[in-house]
Design a protein. Structure first.
Length: 399
Protein backbone atom coordinates (compact mmCIF):
# COMPACT_ATOMS: atom_id res chain seq x y z
CA UNK A 1 0.00 0.00 0.00
CA UNK A 2 1.47 3.35 -1.04
CA UNK A 3 2.04 5.69 1.88
CA UNK A 4 1.93 8.57 -0.58
CA UNK A 5 -1.64 7.64 -1.56
CA UNK A 6 -2.70 7.48 2.08
CA UNK A 7 -1.11 10.84 2.81
CA UNK A 8 -2.86 12.38 -0.19
CA UNK A 9 -6.22 11.01 0.96
CA UNK A 10 -5.52 12.24 4.50
CA UNK A 11 -4.97 15.74 3.16
CA UNK A 12 -8.16 15.48 1.09
CA UNK A 13 -10.17 14.42 4.13
CA UNK A 14 -8.69 17.33 6.07
CA UNK A 15 -9.93 19.68 3.37
CA UNK A 16 -13.35 17.99 3.17
CA UNK A 17 -14.04 16.59 6.66
CA UNK A 18 -17.74 16.01 5.96
CA UNK A 19 -17.10 13.80 2.92
CA UNK A 20 -17.95 10.49 4.62
CA UNK A 21 -17.38 8.19 1.58
CA UNK A 22 -13.89 9.66 1.16
CA UNK A 23 -13.18 9.19 4.87
CA UNK A 24 -14.45 5.60 4.71
CA UNK A 25 -12.12 4.82 1.79
CA UNK A 26 -9.19 6.26 3.72
CA UNK A 27 -10.08 4.17 6.79
CA UNK A 28 -10.21 0.98 4.67
CA UNK A 29 -6.76 1.74 3.24
CA UNK A 30 -5.37 2.40 6.72
CA UNK A 31 -6.65 -0.96 7.98
CA UNK A 32 -5.15 -2.71 4.94
CA UNK A 33 -1.84 -0.90 5.50
CA UNK A 34 -1.59 -2.09 9.10
CA UNK A 35 -2.38 1.32 10.64
CA UNK A 36 -5.52 0.44 12.64
CA UNK A 37 -5.14 3.19 15.26
CA UNK A 38 -5.57 5.85 12.58
CA UNK A 39 -8.47 3.97 11.00
CA UNK A 40 -10.35 3.88 14.33
CA UNK A 41 -10.53 7.68 14.47
CA UNK A 42 -12.00 7.94 10.97
CA UNK A 43 -14.52 5.14 11.59
CA UNK A 44 -15.56 6.80 14.84
CA UNK A 45 -16.14 10.08 13.00
CA UNK A 46 -18.44 8.32 10.52
CA UNK A 47 -20.38 6.55 13.29
CA UNK A 48 -20.85 9.84 15.12
CA UNK A 49 -22.68 11.15 12.05
CA UNK A 50 -24.38 7.90 11.07
CA UNK A 51 -24.56 5.32 13.90
CA UNK A 52 -26.15 2.71 11.65
CA UNK A 53 -23.39 2.70 9.03
CA UNK A 54 -22.59 -1.02 8.66
CA UNK A 55 -19.39 -0.45 6.66
CA UNK A 56 -18.00 1.89 9.33
CA UNK A 57 -18.79 -0.65 12.02
CA UNK A 58 -16.94 -3.34 10.07
CA UNK A 59 -13.95 -1.04 9.69
CA UNK A 60 -14.01 -0.31 13.43
CA UNK A 61 -14.22 -4.01 14.29
CA UNK A 62 -11.36 -4.86 11.90
CA UNK A 63 -9.21 -2.04 13.26
CA UNK A 64 -9.74 -3.11 16.86
CA UNK A 65 -8.98 -6.77 16.10
CA UNK A 66 -5.63 -8.30 15.25
CA UNK A 67 -4.73 -6.06 12.31
CA UNK A 68 -3.55 -7.58 9.02
CA UNK A 69 0.05 -7.41 8.01
CA UNK A 70 1.07 -4.37 5.95
CA UNK A 71 0.14 -4.86 2.32
CA UNK A 72 -2.19 -7.77 3.05
CA UNK A 73 -5.88 -7.61 2.13
CA UNK A 74 -8.16 -6.87 5.06
CA UNK A 75 -9.27 -9.93 6.99
CA UNK A 76 -12.99 -10.70 7.26
CA UNK A 77 -14.47 -8.37 9.85
CA UNK A 78 -15.91 -9.85 13.02
CA UNK A 79 -19.58 -9.24 13.64
CA UNK A 80 -20.32 -5.76 14.94
CA UNK A 81 -22.29 -7.45 17.70
CA UNK A 82 -18.95 -8.47 19.23
CA UNK A 83 -17.71 -4.89 19.61
CA UNK A 84 -17.64 -3.41 23.10
CA UNK A 85 -19.34 -0.12 22.24
CA UNK A 86 -19.32 1.09 25.86
CA UNK A 87 -15.53 0.71 25.97
CA UNK A 88 -15.24 2.64 22.71
CA UNK A 89 -17.47 5.38 24.08
CA UNK A 90 -15.15 5.74 27.07
CA UNK A 91 -12.08 5.84 24.83
CA UNK A 92 -13.49 8.58 22.60
CA UNK A 93 -15.40 10.58 25.23
CA UNK A 94 -14.86 14.27 24.52
CA UNK A 95 -14.04 13.55 20.86
CA UNK A 96 -17.12 11.73 19.63
CA UNK A 97 -20.59 12.47 21.11
CA UNK A 98 -21.63 9.54 23.33
CA UNK A 99 -24.04 6.98 21.94
CA UNK A 100 -26.02 4.18 23.50
CA UNK A 101 -27.19 1.29 21.33
CA UNK A 102 -29.20 -1.52 22.84
CA UNK A 103 -29.42 -5.14 21.87
CA UNK A 104 -27.18 -4.73 18.83
CA UNK A 105 -30.00 -2.79 17.16
CA UNK A 106 -29.51 0.18 14.90
CA UNK A 107 -31.41 2.36 17.37
CA UNK A 108 -29.19 5.06 18.91
CA UNK A 109 -29.84 8.09 21.08
CA UNK A 110 -27.81 11.26 21.47
CA UNK A 111 -26.68 11.81 25.05
CA UNK A 112 -26.02 15.51 25.39
CA UNK A 113 -24.25 17.70 27.92
CA UNK A 114 -26.33 20.85 28.11
CA UNK A 115 -24.44 24.12 27.81
CA UNK A 116 -27.05 26.24 29.60
CA UNK A 117 -28.07 26.52 33.26
CA UNK A 118 -31.03 27.96 35.15
CA UNK A 119 -29.20 31.31 35.25
CA UNK A 120 -29.84 31.51 31.50
CA UNK A 121 -33.60 31.12 32.03
CA UNK A 122 -35.39 34.44 32.47
CA UNK A 123 -38.07 34.54 35.18
CA UNK A 124 -39.87 31.30 36.14
CA UNK A 125 -38.84 31.64 39.79
CA UNK A 126 -41.59 29.32 41.05
CA UNK A 127 -40.60 26.67 38.53
CA UNK A 128 -36.92 26.94 39.51
CA UNK A 129 -37.76 26.55 43.20
CA UNK A 130 -39.79 23.40 42.50
CA UNK A 131 -36.96 21.92 40.46
CA UNK A 132 -34.45 22.76 43.20
CA UNK A 133 -36.56 20.98 45.81
CA UNK A 134 -37.43 17.88 43.81
CA UNK A 135 -34.16 17.12 42.00
CA UNK A 136 -31.30 19.63 42.07
CA UNK A 137 -31.05 20.03 45.85
CA UNK A 138 -31.02 16.27 46.61
CA UNK A 139 -28.49 15.71 43.81
CA UNK A 140 -26.07 18.29 45.25
CA UNK A 141 -26.46 17.07 48.84
CA UNK A 142 -26.12 13.28 48.95
CA UNK A 143 -25.73 13.31 52.75
CA UNK A 144 -29.05 15.03 53.33
CA UNK A 145 -30.60 12.91 50.61
CA UNK A 146 -29.64 9.77 52.49
CA UNK A 147 -30.76 11.21 55.83
CA UNK A 148 -34.25 11.96 54.60
CA UNK A 149 -34.51 8.94 52.32
CA UNK A 150 -35.04 11.11 49.24
CA UNK A 151 -34.49 9.31 45.97
CA UNK A 152 -33.35 10.93 42.74
CA UNK A 153 -36.11 9.33 40.76
CA UNK A 154 -39.28 11.16 39.96
CA UNK A 155 -41.00 13.21 37.34
CA UNK A 156 -42.28 16.67 36.68
CA UNK A 157 -44.95 17.64 34.16
CA UNK A 158 -44.47 21.09 32.64
CA UNK A 159 -47.54 22.54 30.97
CA UNK A 160 -48.53 25.85 29.51
CA UNK A 161 -48.89 27.78 26.26
CA UNK A 162 -46.61 26.80 23.37
CA UNK A 163 -43.36 28.66 22.90
CA UNK A 164 -42.81 29.55 26.57
CA UNK A 165 -39.50 27.74 27.05
CA UNK A 166 -40.37 24.29 28.39
CA UNK A 167 -37.69 22.57 26.28
CA UNK A 168 -35.08 25.22 27.10
CA UNK A 169 -35.91 24.83 30.79
CA UNK A 170 -35.35 21.07 30.60
CA UNK A 171 -31.90 21.57 29.06
CA UNK A 172 -31.08 24.14 31.73
CA UNK A 173 -31.97 21.65 34.49
CA UNK A 174 -29.53 19.13 33.01
CA UNK A 175 -26.84 21.80 32.70
CA UNK A 176 -27.41 23.00 36.26
CA UNK A 177 -27.06 19.45 37.59
CA UNK A 178 -24.13 18.50 35.36
CA UNK A 179 -26.28 15.56 34.28
CA UNK A 180 -26.70 13.89 30.92
CA UNK A 181 -29.64 15.05 28.81
CA UNK A 182 -31.81 12.93 26.54
CA UNK A 183 -34.70 14.39 24.58
CA UNK A 184 -37.50 12.42 22.97
CA UNK A 185 -40.53 13.41 20.93
CA UNK A 186 -43.33 11.30 19.53
CA UNK A 187 -41.63 10.96 16.12
CA UNK A 188 -38.68 9.21 17.81
CA UNK A 189 -40.96 6.52 19.25
CA UNK A 190 -43.80 5.73 16.87
CA UNK A 191 -43.11 3.03 14.29
CA UNK A 192 -45.28 1.14 11.86
CA UNK A 193 -44.34 -2.37 13.05
CA UNK A 194 -46.14 -4.01 15.96
CA UNK A 195 -44.01 -3.79 19.09
CA UNK A 196 -41.40 -1.44 17.60
CA UNK A 197 -42.77 1.66 19.30
CA UNK A 198 -42.68 -0.06 22.69
CA UNK A 199 -39.12 -1.21 22.08
CA UNK A 200 -38.05 2.30 21.06
CA UNK A 201 -39.47 3.63 24.32
CA UNK A 202 -37.75 0.93 26.35
CA UNK A 203 -34.42 1.62 24.61
CA UNK A 204 -34.67 5.29 25.49
CA UNK A 205 -35.23 4.62 29.18
CA UNK A 206 -32.41 2.04 29.11
CA UNK A 207 -30.08 4.71 27.69
CA UNK A 208 -31.14 7.16 30.42
CA UNK A 209 -30.52 4.59 33.18
CA UNK A 210 -27.08 3.77 31.74
CA UNK A 211 -26.10 7.47 31.87
CA UNK A 212 -27.56 8.37 35.28
CA UNK A 213 -27.71 10.98 36.64
CA UNK A 214 -29.74 11.92 33.62
CA UNK A 215 -32.54 14.32 32.77
CA UNK A 216 -34.93 12.59 30.39
CA UNK A 217 -37.15 15.04 28.52
CA UNK A 218 -40.39 13.73 27.00
CA UNK A 219 -41.83 16.35 24.68
CA UNK A 220 -45.49 16.25 23.63
CA UNK A 221 -46.31 13.78 26.38
CA UNK A 222 -50.02 14.09 25.49
CA UNK A 223 -49.22 12.32 22.20
CA UNK A 224 -47.22 9.52 23.86
CA UNK A 225 -49.50 9.19 26.89
CA UNK A 226 -52.93 10.20 25.67
CA UNK A 227 -55.97 9.18 27.70
CA UNK A 228 -56.51 5.52 26.94
CA UNK A 229 -60.28 5.93 27.22
CA UNK A 230 -60.13 8.18 24.14
CA UNK A 231 -57.88 5.93 22.04
CA UNK A 232 -59.40 3.71 19.39
CA UNK A 233 -56.07 2.08 18.49
CA UNK A 234 -54.96 -0.87 20.62
CA UNK A 235 -51.36 -0.15 19.58
CA UNK A 236 -51.45 3.31 21.11
CA UNK A 237 -53.03 1.95 24.30
CA UNK A 238 -50.18 -0.57 24.52
CA UNK A 239 -47.68 2.28 24.10
CA UNK A 240 -49.22 4.12 27.06
CA UNK A 241 -48.96 0.91 29.11
CA UNK A 242 -45.27 0.62 28.18
CA UNK A 243 -44.66 4.22 29.22
CA UNK A 244 -46.26 3.51 32.60
CA UNK A 245 -44.03 0.47 33.05
CA UNK A 246 -40.87 2.41 32.21
CA UNK A 247 -41.78 5.27 34.56
CA UNK A 248 -42.27 2.78 37.39
CA UNK A 249 -38.75 1.43 36.81
CA UNK A 250 -38.51 -2.29 37.50
CA UNK A 251 -36.56 -2.97 40.73
CA UNK A 252 -35.96 0.75 41.29
CA UNK A 253 -33.92 1.03 38.11
CA UNK A 254 -34.90 4.66 37.56
CA UNK A 255 -32.88 6.02 40.48
CA UNK A 256 -30.89 8.94 39.12
CA UNK A 257 -33.23 9.41 36.15
CA UNK A 258 -35.31 12.57 36.46
CA UNK A 259 -38.16 12.73 33.95
CA UNK A 260 -39.30 16.11 32.69
CA UNK A 261 -42.35 15.95 30.46
CA UNK A 262 -43.91 18.84 28.56
CA UNK A 263 -47.33 19.36 27.07
CA UNK A 264 -49.62 22.09 25.90
CA UNK A 265 -52.66 19.95 26.76
CA UNK A 266 -52.30 18.33 30.21
CA UNK A 267 -56.03 17.60 30.20
CA UNK A 268 -55.38 15.04 27.44
CA UNK A 269 -52.70 13.14 29.43
CA UNK A 270 -53.75 9.77 30.88
CA UNK A 271 -54.49 10.11 34.59
CA UNK A 272 -52.32 7.06 35.41
CA UNK A 273 -49.22 8.96 34.25
CA UNK A 274 -49.77 11.55 36.96
CA UNK A 275 -49.97 9.17 39.91
CA UNK A 276 -47.33 9.25 42.70
CA UNK A 277 -43.96 7.94 41.57
CA UNK A 278 -44.55 8.90 37.95
CA UNK A 279 -45.22 12.45 36.71
CA UNK A 280 -46.59 13.30 40.13
CA UNK A 281 -45.65 16.99 40.18
CA UNK A 282 -47.19 19.52 37.82
CA UNK A 283 -45.81 23.00 37.13
CA UNK A 284 -47.48 25.70 35.05
CA UNK A 285 -45.02 27.44 32.70
CA UNK A 286 -46.51 30.82 31.82
CA UNK A 287 -45.55 33.49 29.29
CA UNK A 288 -42.56 35.50 30.54
CA UNK A 289 -43.22 38.41 32.86
CA UNK A 290 -41.95 41.91 32.04
CA UNK A 291 -38.34 41.52 33.33
CA UNK A 292 -38.10 38.14 31.62
CA UNK A 293 -39.43 39.61 28.36
CA UNK A 294 -36.73 42.27 28.47
CA UNK A 295 -34.11 39.55 28.97
CA UNK A 296 -35.49 37.50 26.06
CA UNK A 297 -35.52 40.52 23.76
CA UNK A 298 -31.97 41.41 24.76
CA UNK A 299 -30.87 37.83 24.02
CA UNK A 300 -32.33 37.87 20.51
CA UNK A 301 -30.96 41.32 19.70
CA UNK A 302 -27.47 40.79 21.09
CA UNK A 303 -25.80 39.93 17.76
CA UNK A 304 -27.84 42.34 15.62
CA UNK A 305 -26.97 45.99 14.80
CA UNK A 306 -29.30 48.07 17.01
CA UNK A 307 -29.44 51.73 17.94
CA UNK A 308 -31.65 53.65 20.36
CA UNK A 309 -33.63 50.61 21.50
CA UNK A 310 -35.55 50.86 24.79
CA UNK A 311 -36.00 47.29 25.99
CA UNK A 312 -38.19 48.40 28.90
CA UNK A 313 -40.75 49.97 26.57
CA UNK A 314 -40.74 46.92 24.34
CA UNK A 315 -41.20 44.58 27.29
CA UNK A 316 -44.14 46.66 28.53
CA UNK A 317 -45.76 46.52 25.08
CA UNK A 318 -45.50 42.74 24.70
CA UNK A 319 -47.67 41.48 27.55
CA UNK A 320 -48.79 37.80 27.08
CA UNK A 321 -46.19 37.30 24.31
CA UNK A 322 -44.41 33.94 24.52
CA UNK A 323 -40.66 33.58 24.18
CA UNK A 324 -41.15 32.35 20.62
CA UNK A 325 -43.33 35.39 19.85
CA UNK A 326 -40.58 37.71 21.12
CA UNK A 327 -38.00 35.98 18.95
CA UNK A 328 -40.33 36.50 15.99
CA UNK A 329 -40.63 40.21 16.84
CA UNK A 330 -36.84 40.59 16.69
CA UNK A 331 -36.67 38.65 13.44
CA UNK A 332 -39.39 40.81 11.87
CA UNK A 333 -37.69 44.04 12.94
CA UNK A 334 -34.45 42.82 11.39
CA UNK A 335 -36.32 42.14 8.14
CA UNK A 336 -37.58 45.74 8.07
CA UNK A 337 -34.06 47.15 8.47
CA UNK A 338 -32.62 44.73 5.91
CA UNK A 339 -35.37 45.62 3.41
CA UNK A 340 -34.48 49.30 3.63
CA UNK A 341 -30.76 48.54 3.37
CA UNK A 342 -31.34 46.54 0.19
CA UNK A 343 -33.49 49.31 -1.29
CA UNK A 344 -31.06 52.18 -0.53
CA UNK A 345 -27.75 50.35 -0.72
CA UNK A 346 -26.81 51.70 2.71
CA UNK A 347 -26.76 49.52 5.81
CA UNK A 348 -28.79 50.96 8.67
CA UNK A 349 -29.33 49.95 12.27
CA UNK A 350 -32.42 48.30 13.76
CA UNK A 351 -34.30 51.02 15.63
CA UNK A 352 -37.09 51.32 18.16
CA UNK A 353 -39.49 52.14 15.31
CA UNK A 354 -38.66 48.83 13.60
CA UNK A 355 -39.35 46.89 16.78
CA UNK A 356 -42.57 48.84 17.49
CA UNK A 357 -43.80 48.06 13.97
CA UNK A 358 -42.90 44.40 14.46
CA UNK A 359 -44.91 44.31 17.71
CA UNK A 360 -47.94 45.64 15.83
CA UNK A 361 -47.54 42.96 13.17
CA UNK A 362 -46.72 39.96 15.39
CA UNK A 363 -49.63 39.21 17.66
CA UNK A 364 -49.26 36.98 20.75
CA UNK A 365 -49.89 33.32 20.02
CA UNK A 366 -51.04 32.46 23.54
CA UNK A 367 -54.64 33.69 23.21
CA UNK A 368 -56.07 30.49 21.75
CA UNK A 369 -54.41 28.39 24.46
CA UNK A 370 -55.80 30.55 27.27
CA UNK A 371 -59.29 30.34 25.74
CA UNK A 372 -59.14 26.54 26.02
CA UNK A 373 -57.46 26.67 29.43
CA UNK A 374 -60.24 28.92 30.77
CA UNK A 375 -62.83 26.25 29.96
CA UNK A 376 -60.74 23.61 31.73
CA UNK A 377 -60.22 25.82 34.79
CA UNK A 378 -63.98 26.40 35.07
CA UNK A 379 -65.38 22.97 34.27
CA UNK A 380 -62.50 20.48 34.60
CA UNK A 381 -60.81 21.38 37.88
CA UNK A 382 -62.77 19.17 40.25
CA UNK A 383 -59.64 17.71 41.82
CA UNK A 384 -57.84 21.05 42.16
CA UNK A 385 -55.07 20.05 39.77
CA UNK A 386 -55.44 23.31 37.83
CA UNK A 387 -55.67 25.66 40.82
CA UNK A 388 -52.50 27.47 39.73
CA UNK A 389 -53.98 28.04 36.28
CA UNK A 390 -57.26 29.28 37.76
CA UNK A 391 -55.37 31.68 40.07
CA UNK A 392 -53.42 33.11 37.13
CA UNK A 393 -56.58 33.57 35.06
CA UNK A 394 -58.29 35.35 37.97
CA UNK A 395 -55.28 37.61 38.43
CA UNK A 396 -55.44 38.49 34.74
CA UNK A 397 -59.25 38.95 35.02
CA UNK A 398 -59.76 36.21 32.45
CA UNK A 399 -61.88 34.08 34.77
Amino acid sequence: MSDALIESLTAAVGARPDDLPLRQHLAELLVAAGRPAEAVGHAAHILARNPGDAAARQIMAAALGPGPAPGAPPAPSPSPAGVDWEALEGEFRGIVPPRFVTGGADRAFDVERAGVTLADVGGMQDVKERLELSFLGPLRNPGLRGLYGKSLRGGLLLYGPPGCGKTFLARAVAGEAGAAFLSLSVVDVLAMWVGSSERNLHDLFAAARAHAPCVLFLDEIDALGHKRSQLSSSGLRTLVNQLLTELDGIDGGNDGVFVLAATNAPWDVDAALRRPGRLDRTVLVLPPDEPARAAVLEYHLRDRPIAGVDLGRLAAATDTYSGADLAHVCETAAEYAMRDSLATGEVRMITQDDLAAAVREVRPSTGAWFATARTVAVFGNQGGEYDDLAAYLKQRKLL
